[in-house]
Every structure is written in structure tokens, then in C-alpha cells.
Design a binder for this molecule. Sequence first.
Ligand code: BGC
Length: 519
Amino acid sequence: MAVNGSAGEGIPAKLTGQVVVCSIIAAFGGLMFGYDIGISGGVTSMDVFLKRFFHSVYVKKNHAREDNYCKFDDQYLQLFTSSLYLAAVVSSFFASKCCKKRGRRITIRLAAVFFLVGVALNAAAMNLMMLIVGRILLGFGVGFGNQAVPLFISEIAPPKFRGGLNVCFQLFVTAGILFANIVNYFTSSHPYGWRISLGGAAVPALFLAIGSLMIVETPASLIERNHPERGLATLRKIRGVQDVQKEFEEIVATTELAKQIKHPFKNLMKRSSRPQLITSALLQIYQQFTGINVIMFYAPVLFQTMGFKSDASLLSAVVTGCINVVATLVAVFCVDRVGRRFLLIEAGIQMLIAQSITGVIIAKFLHATNVLPKTYSFVVLFLICFFVSGFAWSWGPLGWLIPSEIFPLETRTSGFFIAVSTNMICTFIIAQAFLTMLCRMRAGIFFFFSVWIVVMLIYAIVFIPETKGVPIDEMNEKVWKKHWFWKRYFMPKPDHYLNRKNKNGSMKKCSKLSKKKRK
Ligand code: BGC
């Protein structure tokens, strides 16, 4: 997730200790986000937790004759997971304002505060209300963190290292998911295991809170908020050299230009913004409708549905978590070598194979009340790992990277806000609907996601241009204006369209005139 700068010629390319330390501290925001994604599935499969907060699910789950597919179908249980993402959608709007008016550093601090209060409420929860309110506060933390952290990292990174540092944010997200899976595995049999699991989020949150007192404010934010001297001093500090005049002047020029745009959202609605807007919103929708979060949120529940015992289910979630981290590393090294399109298309095919074969196995061998034969359970576990690895080196990081590099300066932050909020809305939909869909559609759910993957594959092949190695400020000229389809959005409108519009416009004017005359 980054809002990159230009090609960066003449800018010191040294990666200083300051930049590395500040980026790592900020990336703890990603770790918190990941921890929240990974923790809820394990907690909602723990008997002690279900018995206390979702008694009917507990009874259903342990009822011998209960339908495999519907054991966990409960609106409140889903709300426990999804409420976080709804809060994140709402808060990311306020976070984008806070980022602009008060700076990135304070926005990151606020994220940590929301997180800490949310964690305290969750770990100490005595009733469902405390749980949900806690989750909502965590959602505020995610909204503030996800808006500010990527922006922060890309604004302090030297241009040459921006892509790599950008994918590192996703790497922290995956590390957070894995950390949560491991915690769940060790706490599941403890009577207060769920409290420890939910309270564990305090670790990354505390790191972020303490760290946010040490990080610098970004030069761009200082200059944007009329503190040019402080901006210059910070730039010298993070670049480790005195001669930063060229970069300083570039930031000043960029912020001046950005300040002239009074209505960035209106600008975003212009015809020439449509290719980037449509592509980044669709990337988020496709990313979520691959079905990835079904595994991230509900893997232990899914594995239990297939007949794994509680412990084995949590262990399987740890396995998928490891694959997720390792495969994201592949993206860090490959994304600037083989290009975005290759990864998107290759992984799309890989995910399609995994989803559809899983669907066939489940449809054939998992009925309402039996247990999936052992061999097939392992085949499904393998297919899920195959699916997760594909996602992790493609649609996962690229879903964030591409929207951050395709917008021109005047619509970059507002465009990125649309990407973040579309992602959160889709994440909310999946979290809220999956267990009910599993109950109603049964194995069909895997074919539902397969159809989405086919659609996204076609979109990637036909409509997504290659952006590897293109300087961000030349994206319109070198990419969009040359694309067989998108180039039409940069051409004057076709004659018949203008004629129709003029006709309508002049007809309206005429009728107004004749009305006036008549009066
Ligand atoms: C997605 C998350 C997902 C995670 C899995 C991110 O890119 O936005 O929704 O849970 O990847 O690693």
C-alpha cells in the first residue's frame, strides 16, 4: 500500500537506519490488522467462548445430528467478526481527514489508542455488548492505521525502495495472522484461552503506541501543514545527508499543486479518472471475492466442518498462516522482476484450480452428518495451502500496491481512500455472510468463489495494464493512454455523444426561453 513519488532521480538513495526503524515501527499497524484477521476464527471455534457468548451455537455444534454445514450459522457470531470491518470503513474516512489536517504520526498514535482500549474491552468482556464495542474500537484502530501507515512508509522511504517497503506492510499483515493462529493453538484448551487470545493484540498495539512516540513526522505532511523548516530538517535527518534541496523542492512543488485541488473527490469523478477508479475498486472487490478471508477468518471453523478435531483445525490454520508469510516473501522479490500481470494471471489460475477441486471433493464426500474421509481432508488442506500461496504472491499485495501507483497526484489520496474503503466493505460482507452462505449453499460456496475468480482472471487478462517499472507520474502517458480500451477515456468525447448532449441541452434552454417568452 503506498502512494509513491516520481522516478526519484537526484534523490539520495541511501536506506538510512532512521527510515528502516520508523518503517518497522509503523508496520506494527499491519501486524495489528493481521492479528485481528487471524484471531477471530480460532476464538469463535473455542467451546468455552461459544458457551459463554453464543450458547445456541455451542449447543448446535455439539449436537450429534446437527448438519455439518450449519453448525456455526449465527448472525451474532458473524457480527463479532464483521463489526470490526464496518467500523473500519467509517473510521477510514475520518482517518483520511486526520492524516491531512493533523499529520500521519498523530493518526498512527490514535490508531494505537483505539486498539489498546478495544483490546482491554475484549479481553475483559463480561457480555456480548462489551465484545462488540471492543471489536468496533479495534475497527477504528484498523481504519486509522491502514490509512496512515502505508502513506507514512511511502513518504519517508527513498523512491528506489518504495515498492519493497510497500509489500513489507503486507508481510507484517501476514505475520500478524500467523502470530494469531499460533496464539490460538496454544490457548484453545485453557479455560480463559479466548481472553488470552483476544488480549494478545495488546502486544503489537503497545509496540505501535510506544513506537509512535519515537517516529518522525513525514516531511510531506510537515510541508503540507505549513512547517517547511521542520520539513527540511526532518528530510535531512531521514536521508542522512545535508544536501536534500532537490527532493525538498519536489515535495514543495507537489504539495503546492495538490493544495490547488479544492475538491479531490470531484476530480475523482472526472472521465479521465475512470480507468484508475474502476480498476482499483474492482481489484479490491476481486481480492475479497477470491474467498481468501473465508480461510483467514474461518479456517478453524471450516476445518471443523470437514471433520477435523478442534486442535487439528487450529494447527491447520497455523500451517496456512506459515504458507501465507513465506509466499508473501516471494512477492517481495518477484513483483518488480516478473511484473504485476504475470503474478495476477498465474495466481488466478492457481486459485481457480484449488477452489474448484475443493468444491468437487466437498460436494462428493461431505454430507450433512458424516465426516470427510481422512485422505480427502489432507487433499483439501493441501489445496487450501495451494490457494493461499497463490493469493499471497499476487492479489494480496498487488490489491494494495496497484491502486497506490496508478493515480495521478491530484487524485492519489482520495483514490486510495476509495480503495481502502471498498476493501473494508467487501471484507465486512464476506465476514458477515460466509457462515450463512455455507449453511445454504453447502459445497456450492466454493463454486461461487470459482466463478468470481474466472471473472477476475478475464479482467486481469483484458483490462489490467502492466505498471512494472513505470515512473508513477508518467503512468497516464505511458500506460493508460496507450491501453487498447482505457485510452478512450483520454480522448475527446465522440461526436454523436456531444451532439446528443447539445441537442438535449439546447432543447432544455429553448423550452426555458419559450416559457419566458410566453410569460
Ligand atoms: C487482504 C486481507 C487478507 C490478507 C491475507 C490482505 O491483502 O486485504 O483481507 O486477510 O491479505 O493475507
